[in-house]
Design a protein around this ligand. Structure first.
Ligand code: FAD
Length: 302
């Protein structure tokens, strides 16, 4: 890894970190180190990074805020790329909004609301990046990014940029084509919003925020909903009905406030979280014959 680090430095990538603990870059605050973490400042640095990795055939993974990630305790071999500050731009062009892949999704929704544009109110409590939201087809309160996204700019692994339309992104529930057949990094997203009423937009955002505060354990490190909802039901309802609220392994605990959330009580390891996830899956299978599928992305080595 030292040779790669040197090559990245020679390619004038400023922020290259060896053995960086990923617990510092995930909202669960668990996870082992990345062999190398690169935080490219802008698109040029990102492109040079990808070119070096492609040439040397080094495995890599992009991350945003790590708000939907469970990194195993052994960490991630190869390179983790986290979009830096130069990729958190945004521009408004009438009712269209262009946002960098590294921009906070919450920040975008707040900025847009101030202009009275409607369509992104649901994003107010989703603590990831624009790029992560496109990758995940993030959504809440009956809406999701696929409803308002016009297109996304993606840097492919061989260092070429493409623009994928909403249709080409092939969105479905918490899924986009980026999770299957297209491997790349979302560097920009274009949203088609609507002119709305500023007071109404602000009011529905405040209402969503209140609802989250009442129902989600936001004072603890977590990664949002752990499991996808099975068709016609809610994972949280099943987990609660199975009596698992408050169930704890190590410092990982099924939230007593929202059963589909696992909180880190302080010193949880990724292994605690994973063991708890497996326990929940087994219990729900046994009690209800339903196999819960994690919504969080589990990555890295055990
Ligand atoms: C308190 C809380 C509440 C939440 N509520 C919701 C909710 O209501 N709805 C919802 O959908 N989610 C919710 N989440 C989960 C999470 O915020 C979303 O899934 C979010 O979109 C993830 O974005 P991220 O930037 O943190 O991505 P990460 O967690 O860093 O990564 C998630 C996946 O996206 C990939 N990825 C990240 N950035 C890029 C990029 N630029 N290009 C390509 N791939 C990329 C990663 O490789 C990884 O596979 C919540 C999380 C928390 C902690």
């Amino acid at each position: 890894m030292k040779a790669i680090t040197q090559e990245l430095i020679d390619a004038q990538i400023e922020d290259v970190r060896l053995h960086e603990p990923l617990s510092r870059h995930t909202t669960w605050k668990v996870g082992g180190p990345a062999d190398i973490l690169v935080i490219p400042r802008d698109k040029d640095e990102l492109k040079r990074t990808i070119e070096v990795l492609h040439r040397r055939n080094i495995p890599w993974r992009a991350i945003g805020r790590g708000s939907n990630l469970l990194v195993r305790d052994g960490g991630i071999r190869g390179v983790v790329i986290k979009l830096g500050n130069g990729l958190d731009y945004y521009r408004v062009d009438g009712d269209r909004v262009i946002a960098g892949g590294g921009l906070s999704f919450v920040k975008l929704s707040v900025l847009i609301a101030k202009r009275g544009l409607t369509g992104l109110e649901f994003a107010g409590g989703i603590p990831g990046t624009v790029g992560g939201a496109v990758f995940m087809n993030a959504g809440a309160h009956g809406s999701e990014i696929s409803r308002v996204l016009e297109s996304a700019e993606v840097l492919l692994e061989e260092g070429r940029w493409i623009r994928l339309t909403n249709r080409e992104l092939n969105f479905s529930y918490r899924h986009s084509i980026l999770q299957s057949s297209v491997r790349g990094i979302v560097t920009e997203a274009v949203f088609q919003l609507k002119e709305g009423n500023r007071e109404q937009v602000a009011a529905s955002m405040a209402q969503f925020k209140d609802r989250r505060r009442q129902t989600q354990p936001l004072q603890h490190p977590c990664a949002g909903s752990v499991f996808r909802n099975p068709g016609g039901d809610h994972s949280g309802r099943l987990i609660e009905a199975a009596g698992l609220k408050g169930y704890r392994i190590g410092d990982a605990e099924v939230s007593t406030q929202h059963a589909n959330f696992i909180i880190n009580r302080g010193q949880a390891t990724a292994n605690d979280v994973l063991t708890l996830i497996e326990h929940i899956i087994r219990t729900i299978e046994k009690e209800y014959g339903v196999t819960l599928v994690p919504e969080v992305q589990v990555v890295g080595e055990g």
